[in-house]
Design a protein around this ligand. Structure first.
Ligand SMILES: [Fe+2]
Length: 383
């Protein structure tokens, strides 16, 4: 028997108006100077300013870094870190989806450990916990607000570095569905399919446990049921709230069972062509699970059942096929592009993409090990 460790932020607030209690928490901890990490859009919408105002009312100084790129870079981390040092900040508040959270984690980790973010690529490479971080989530979702995963693009190598480190876990996560109502359809769809990918990859992972299984299956059920409604009508509060819970459950699953080749391969597309993470995952998901079905068919049959398919008369292989069909139909329903060609991915880049995918820490728990040739074949099938 192997030992499993379960990581999650110590406090997690979910529901409407959770923002106020989050800001009260900053006060209770006695932090006095916050770096708010966000992107230009959320800053322009005034969301970062609102948080800054609420902090000021509680006598807490804050400064805003809004330079986070959709695929946050090593330069973003360095720029945010400089602002943090200049202003002697003692905590970091991220506001946004996965990008600001990952950028904030990078900043907070280097602030506490020194060096540069490249030094921490891989699994548990840091010596000390990062500066205290509060993550306020506006998408559903990467679940980065509650995970120990931090993905930063190294612009010099054109790759996404996977930094999997227990020390980047935020101390507090906030999921307020009212902050998610403004998400456009395409972002709702992409982030929702990312969450589905988290649940499925965690469920077929070699590191799955009964705890992560329960989280993953419940997440799949909720995503299959509610994602189409959240995409169709962004102001559907019930669907938004369900997706906030579902993406959090999927986060609990993959934060502890880790991921697989979908993420390992999607990171390379994101790093190389600067493509949206959720879309890359959604396109690759059925193809990687087709490859995995030779060893994980029974598990994929469970996934089909969780997504609402009647599998009672199906054997494992048929169940796996039904799961793959269900993924495809959900992706189609929420208007995910059909293949990588539509994303301008070039076949000539596959050898280097496959090499980098095999070096990505997220692939270590895929249920079956692939060769370089097999990874290339999956990319080709996904074109
Ligand atoms: Fe993801």
């Amino acid at each position: 028997m192997t030992t499993s460790v379960f990581y999650i932020p110590s406090v997690n607030i979910i529901g409407a108006d959770s923002l106020t209690s989050a800001i009260d928490t900053v006060r209770e901890h006695g932090w006095r100077r916050a770096l708010i990490v966000t992107d230009t859009m959320l800053n322009k919408l005034g969301m970062a300013g609102q948080i800054q105002k609420s902090l000021a009312e509680r006598d807490i100084f804050s400064v805003i870094y809004d330079g986070t790129h959709p695929n946050p870079t090593t330069a973003n981390v360095a720029a945010g870190l400089e602002l943090l040092k200049e202003n002697q900040c003692d905590c970091v508040i991220s506001l946004g989806g996965g990008s600001p959270h990952d950028c904030a984690k990078g900043i907070a980790l280097v602030a506490a450990n020194g060096g540069e973010i490249r030094d921490y690529e891989g699994v548990d490479r840091s010596a000390k916990p990062q500066l205290p971080m509060i993550a306020i989530n506006t998408t559903a979702g990467t679940a980065s607000e509650m995970t120990r995963f931090c993905i930063i693009t190294d612009e010099s190598r054109h790759i996404k570095m996977a930094i999997v480190d227990k020390h980047v876990t935020p101390v507090l996560s906030v999921n307020d569905p009212t902050l998610m109502m403004g998400m456009p359809k395409s972002l709702t769809a992409a982030t929702g399919m990312d969450a589905l990918t988290h649940a499925i990859e965690a469920y077929v992972s070699t590191a799955a446990t009964p705890i992560t299984d329960a989280c993953a299956l419940k997440a799949m059920t909720m995503i299959a049921e509610h994602l189409p409604h959240a995409v169709e009508d962004g102001s559907n509060m019930a669907a938004r709230e369900a997706m906030a819970y579902a993406q959090f459950l999927a986060g609990m699953a993959f934060n502890n069972a880790s991921l697989g080749y979908v993420h390992a391969m999607a990171h390379q597309l994101g790093g190389f062509y600067d493509l949206p993470h959720g879309v890359c995952n959604a396109v690759l998901l059925p193809h990687v699970q087709q490859f995995n079905s030779k060893v994980a068919a029974a598990r994929l049959r469970d996934c089909a059942q969780a997504m609402g398919v009647d599998v009672s008369r199906m054997n494992a292989q048929q169940g796996a096929e039904a799961c793959i069909a269900e993924i495809r139909s959900l992706a189609q329903e929420v208007n995910i592009p059909a293949g990588l060609r539509a994303l301008n991915v070039k076949e000539e880049d596959f050898p280097v993409l496959a090499t980098n995918a095999l070096n990505d820490a997220c692939g270590l728990t895929n249920p079956v090990t692939a060769t370089h040739e097999e990874i290339m074949a999956i990319y080709r099938a996904a074109m």
